[in-house]
Design a protein around this ligand. Structure first.
Ligand SMILES: NC(=O)c1ccc[n+]([C@@H]2O[C@H](COP(=O)([O-])OP(=O)(O)OC[C@H]3O[C@@H](n4cnc5c(N)ncnc54)[C@H](O)[C@@H]3O)[C@@H](O)[C@H]2O)c1
Length: 382
C-alpha cells in the first residue's frame, strides 16, 4: 500500500462530526497507531471546530467536496445522515480513497453494488458501519463456526429488539421517516434490521434464495427531530421475515423500534448439525455481550469466555462498548488496506446484499408472497 504521504501513517478525513462519530468512529481512529485522523468535516462549521478541538484533530472543514478531493488523504470515513451516503461515497471513490461509510449507502441495492464495483475496479477497499460484526462475541462466534464447531448450519434466528422508540416522544431522525409510499415505508427493517441481516449472511455463509415477510406500524404519530408537535409517520416500526438459504438452511429475523429490551438489542442464534451458538449483544446489568454454546451431547447452553485476541490489544475491562467495537472495525479495515490481500469483509458488496434482502422483504409484504433472490438487477445506475 502506498500511503498518500510517504513514510507516514494512513491519513483519514472524517465527514459528519455528529453524535455517532463522537460516540464511536473517532475513538477507533485515535486508538490505532497506524492511523492519523487529519481532518473533521461537518456542514455545521462550529460542530467540526468543536470536535476537532475536543479530540485534538489538527484540521476542520465545512466542505466535504474539498475533503474528498484532497490528495494527502488515504481514507474517507462518512458519518453523515443516510441520504448523503451515496453521493459522498461516490465522490470519495472517484478521488481514489478507501471508504468507510455508515449504512445504508443507498436505499436501492443496485446503487450500492454500483459503488462496490467501482471501488473494486480501482483497487480500493470499502467498509460499511456494520458495527455488530466487530463485537468480540460475534467475532469469536464466527471463528467457532469457521472452525467447524456447529458443523453444517441448519437454522439462523436473528432479533433486533429496541424499545427506545416505544415512546412517541422520542424523536425519530428525519432519515428514519420515509414517506414515498402510500402504504408502509421501510424504517426499522432498514435501520435496525441491516446489522442482523449482515450477521446472518456472514454466519450462514450461503446466499439467501427466498424471503417472505410482514411489517407493522404500532405508533402512528411521533415526534421528529427538528420539528415541533406530532406527525403521522407511516413506517414499519416492527418487521418479521422468514428466509431460505442456498445450502438448504432456513432462518427468521425480527427487527423493531418497539420491542421492550435494552439497546443495542441484537441477538443471533445459529443451530448446526454439531453445535449451536447464541450471542446476545444487549447491555444488561453492565455486561455488553455474552456468548453461549451447546452441542448434541451437552444440550444445556453454557456461557463461555471470549478469548483476549477478539478484543483490541489495549482493551480495558469495562470500557465503552462502542469504543471497543469501532476499534475492532478500524483495526480490521487498516489490516485489509495495509496488507496486500483480497480480504475485505463487511464491504459495500456485503452492504448491497443486505439492502437487496431488505428490498425483497418489502416487496414480499407489498405483494403478500415469497420473493426469490437474487432480485432482477437494474440495467443502469446513477
Ligand atoms: N452503525 C451503527 O450502529 C450506527 C449507530 C448510530 C448511527 N449510525 C448512522 O450514523 C449516521 C450519522 O448518525 P448520527 O446519529 O451521528 O447523526 P447526527 O445528525 O448526530 O450527525 C450527522 C452530522 O453530519 C453533518 N452533516 C450532514 N450532512 C453533511 C454533509 N453533506 N457533509 C458534512 N457533514 C454533514 C450534520 O451537520 C451532523 O453534525 C447515520 O447514517 C446513522 O444511521 C449508525
Amino acid at each position: 500500500m502506498v500511503h498518500a504521504m510517504k513514510n507516514s501513517k494512513l491519513r483519514i478525513g472524517l465527514i459528519g462530526a455528529g453524535r455517532w462519530a463522537r460516540m464511536a468512529h473517532i475513538h477507533g481512529w485515535l486508538r490505532d497507531p497506524r492511523c492519523e485522523l487529519v481532518v473533521l468535516c461537518d456542514t455545521k462549521l462550529d460542530v467540526a471546530r468543536q470536535a476537532a478541538s475536543e479530540y485534538g484533530v489538527s484540521e476542520f472543514s465545512d466542505n466535504w467536496q474539498n475533503v474528498t478531493g484532497r490528495r494527502d488523504l488515504d481514507i474517507i470515513d462518512i458519518c453523515t445522515p443516510s441520504q448523503t451516503h451515496y453521493q459522498i461515497s461516490k465522490a470519495s471513490i472517484e478521488n481514489g480513497k478507501h471508504v468507510l461509510c455508515e449504512k445504508p449507502i443507498a436505499y436501492d441495492y443496485t446503487d450500492t453494488s454500483y459503488l462496490a464495483n467501482m471501488a473494486r475496479q480501482k483497487g480500493l477497499k470499502t467498509k460499511l458501519g456494520f458495527t455488530f460484526r466487530y463485537t468480540p462475541a460475534m467475532r469469536y462466534a464466527k471463528h467457532l463456526i469457521s472452525s467447524g464447531f456447529i458443523g453444517e448450519p441448519y437454522i439462523f434466528n436473528g432479533y433486533e429488539q429496541n424499545s427506545q422508540f416505544l415512546d412517541p416522544n422520542t424523536p425519530l431522525r428525519t432519515s428514519q421517516v420515509k414517506t414515498e409510499k402510500p402504504g408502509l415505508n421501510v424504517s426499522s427493517l432498514e435501520g435496525y434490521g441491516a446489522p442482523i441481516i449482515d450477521i446472518s449472511n456472514w454466519w450462514m455463509n450461503t446466499p439467501y434464495t427466498a424471503v417472505i415477510g410482514t411489517m407493522r406500524n404500532f405508533v402512528p404519530e411521533r415526534a421528529i427531530r427538528g420539528l415541533s408537535g406530532y406527525h403521522k409517520v407511516n413506517i414499519d416500526d416492527a418487521s418479521i421475515f422468514m428466509a431460505e438459504y442456498q445450502n438448504g438452511g432456513i432462518g427468521s429475523i425480527q427487527t423493531s423500534y418497539v420491542t421492550i429490551g435494552n439497546f443495542p438489542g441484537v441477538e443471533a442464534r445459529i443451530y448446526g448439525k454439531e453445535g449451536a451458538i447464541i450471542v446476545r449483544t444487549v447491555l444488561e446489568f453492565g455486561i455488553p455481550e455474552i456468548i453461549r454454546t451447546a452441542s448434541p451431547n451437552k444440550v444445556e447452553f453454557k456461557q463461555i469466555e471470549i478469548p483476549p485476541q477478539f478484543y483490541p490489544p489495549d482493551y480495558v475491562l469495562g470500557e465503552n462498548m462502542n469504543h471497543t467495537w469501532l476499534s475492532n472495525l478500524v483495526s480490521n479495515f487498516v489490516d485489509e488496506i495495509e496488507v496486500p490481500t483480497e480480504k475485505n469483509e463487511g464491504n459495500f458488496e456485503d452492504g448491497a446484499r443486505v439492502q437487496e434482502i431488505i428490498n425483497a422483504v418489502e416487496l414480499s409484504f407489498e405483494q403478500r408472497r415469497w420473493v426469490n433472490l437474487p432480485l432482477p438487477t437494474k440495467l443502469e445506475c446513477a
